[in-house]
Design a protein around this ligand. Sequence first.
Ligand code: 6GU
Length: 240
Amino acid sequence: GAMRIDVVTLFPELIENCLRSGVVGRAQERGLLAVRTWNPRDFATDSHRTVDDRPCGGGPGMVMMIGPLQAALERAQDGDGPVRTVYLSPQGVRLTQAKVAQFARGPRLVLLCGRYEGVDERLLAHAVDEEVSIGDYVLSGGELAAAVLIDAIGRLQDGALNDAQSAEQDSFSDGLLDCPHYTRPVRGALGDVPPVLLSGDHAAIRRWRRKQALGRTWLRRPDLLARTELDAESRRLLDE
Ligand code: 6GU
């Protein structure tokens, strides 16, 4: 069945607007992926619909309080089947394609988006399975990070990608960066398409693309190469 992702957020429209277009919008239309949002503000109990409070111990900013957030999270986690609950924050473990692929196997995921200085730590300890970051920079909230994660998961759902966009050809799926791509015109003001791509020799084209991918990875991301188990052909290409 469809993968289900529930998102707890003070800005549901931010999530929804991010996922309307393209491959992931279509995956939702095709029923391959179902995204629901839950707003803690709808679970606030006072007339001001308060969701945050001042940090204990003082200091700047506000902290998302337990009450409304826990109520929203429990509704998001409700239903059958196992649920993994992920808190998006810059303190989390860095997201990788391997982790995305693991999440994409589903069947469910609950994402908790923080705002302000963050979430009361006791709720995280009680209700969250893991904390994930999308990189070493600071966003104003977890929503864009959640949208990034959902996009990466959504495009891996069976039937989301056309054959031509097969996920097996992705950067990182084999631990390397992607090769360069070209289309017509084959000769133009900005230069010519590499002749091998016009040769019709599929084995030669495959070797060229592999070599380009290896070369780019070696130049731009040597950290990736160090962690990648290379096949015999790739090792030979790198040694040439
Ligand atoms: Cl997951 N959240 C926020 N607020 N900032 C981030 C992030 C997450 N990942 C990188 N920066």
